[in-house]
Design a protein around this ligand. Structure first.
Ligand code: NDP
Ligand code: 2IT
Length: 446
């Protein structure tokens, strides 16, 4: 009965969301994991919880006009998908990248619902962004864009309603401009965004949180294989916020990060990536990763980012973007002896890649569990804002570490309870789903 049920929910998702392949991909993975759950809990079928959970509560689309430095009018599109508020105010990042469309924001918002549930903090799930490309824009252009974006968004968000944060293309600079405009429009100083600067309500550790959390989670995966980071060769894709702080934590735990990338290509440094150089290029100069070899001549640069997965490693951490690691790349990693893969980016592994890793018994940490440290620390930022006080770096880091250990335990326990030991993909989907489903059932048909 339940397989028929799963098939029928899936085919409705496919037919109701044409031209949204990323959303269908994300929804399919979760829905397929729920087969053993609906068999045990018929009330989920009766109350149509799965059918409701795949439908966003609200979607906001708006025009974002702005004037560039040449005086030309530019028009972008703004999005905010408020996916599920069963556990708390909508929470999730904003992505500014030319590839952004409604389907991408919906896949990210859908993933966020279950990820946020796994953190066991009181936050629902949402996501937003724009097809604006910050690359090559001046600070003034970015500011004018952010002000216009917030002018369209502010009436839909609030500290108890919906709390955006950063994602690809949205870091401290953008959050600052967005916050300033929200404050001006609403005449209020509240914790309406997270990832804020430390001078105006930001939390220590939020910058590092996704990368550090990813490594704390991966430590538990390695521990379950009877090993740790000492001497491990680690390949990390991307060179943005998540990649940089994952690399920093890996290095501090004795691992050797040998490769990083951006959307143009990848660098390899067999002596270990010099992170101070990468931080200068990426965080200060907003440059390209290929500039690394100018300061570190022993490193090498190769055009094209997919080739990074051919660099032999023990641990791979995809931290750039969705579907950046396909079945072929997974085969190469496995052949080269990779023992663990954990996703810092959202849905970076294609379904074929995930299947290969699970079959080959590579320890695999899915995004909604492994990269939840960022949003978990955002929830800690909201908590500090509400209390109007600030915790120390150590206090936040200890809480983050505890949350990641707890997420790992939930995924492992759920995978065992539902007959799929070692499958953290199923474990994360089931544990996250059950938490949201319980709250939805308690709150009635809304
Ligand atoms: P950044 O903008 O700081 O960095 C993004 C990195 O990924 C850059 O190196 C960028 O290269 C690369 N990248 C982006 N798009 C592509 C693409 N289409 N192909 C190849 N490389 C690409 O973003 P973050 O580090 O914040 O985000 C990275 C991933 O982590 C995303 O999937 C995001 O959703 C996820 N994530 C982020 C969290 C956070 O707290 N920031 C929390 C949880 C997940 P280039 O400079 O060339 O564009
Ligand atoms: O994908 C993510 O979890 C994020 N981009 C962080 C969201 C947040 O609200 O901190």
């Amino acid at each position: 009965m339940s397989s028929v049920f799963i098939d029928s929910v899936l085919s409705a998702v496919v037919s109701r969301n044409p031209a949204e392949p990323e959303f269908i991909q994300a929804a399919r993975e979760v829905i397929e994991s729920l087969d053993p759950v609906v068999q045990k809990k018929p009330e989920i079928v009766r109350l149509k919880i799965v059918e409701r959970i795949v439908e966003p509560e609200r979607q906001v689309l708006f025009r974002v006009p702005w004037v560039d430095d040449k005086g030309q009018v530019q028009i972008n599109r703004g999005f905010r998908v408020q996916f599920n508020s069963a556990l708390g105010p909508y929470k999730g990042g904003l992505r500014f990248h030319p590839s952004v469309n409604l389907g991408i924001i919906k896949f990210l918002g859908f993933e966020q619902v279950f990820k946020n549930a796994l953190t066991v903090t009181p936050i629902g799930g949402g996501k937003g962004g724009s097809d604006f490309d910050p690359k090559g824009k001046s600070d003034s252009e970015v500011m004018r864009f952010c002000q216009s974006f917030m002018s369209g968004l502010f009436r839909h968000i609030g500290p108890d309603t919906d709390v955006p944060a950063g994602d690809i293309g949205v870091g401290g600079r953008e959050i600052g401009f967005l916050y300033g405009q929200y404050k001006k429009l609403t005449n209020s100083f509240t914790g309406v965004l997270t990832g804020k600067g430390l001078t105006y309500g930001g939390s220590l550790v939020r910058t590092e949180a996704t990368g550090y959390g990813l490594v704390y989670f991966t430590s538990r995966m390695l521990q379950d294989r009877g090993t740790d980071w000492q001497g491990k060769r680690v390949v990390i894709s991307g060179s943005g916020n998540v990649a940089i702080y994952a690399a920093e934590k890996v290095q501090s735990l004795g691992g050797k990060v040998i490769a990083l990338s951006d959307s143009n290509g990848y660098i390899v440094d067999e002596e270990g990536i010099d992170l101070a150089t990468v931080k200068r290029i990426k965080e200060v100069e907003r440059g390209r990763v290929k500039e690394y070899v100018e300061s570190r001549p022993k490193g090498s640069y190769t055009e094209g980012c997919i080739g990074i997965w051919t660099v032999p490693c023990d641990v791979a951490l995809p931290c750039a973007t969705q579907n950046e690691l396909d079945g072929n790349a997974a085969d190469i990693l496995i052949k080269n002896g990779c023992i663990a893969v954990a996703e810092g980016a959202n849905m970076p592994s294609s379904p074929e890649a995930v299947e290969r890793f699970l079959e080959a018994r590579v320890s695999f940490g899915p995004a909604k569990a492994a990269n939840a440290g960022g949003v978990a620390t955002s929830a800690l930022e909201m908590c500090q804002n509400s209390m109007r006080l600030s915790w120390t770096f150590e206090e936040v880091d200890v809480k983050l570490h505890g949350i990641m250990d707890n997420i790992y335990a939930q995924c492992r326990d759920a995978s065992e309870a539902y007959g799929l030991p070692g499958n953290l993909v199923a474990g994360a989907n089931i544990a996250g789903f059950l938490r949201v489903a319980e709250a939805m059932m308690a709150q009635g048909v809304v």
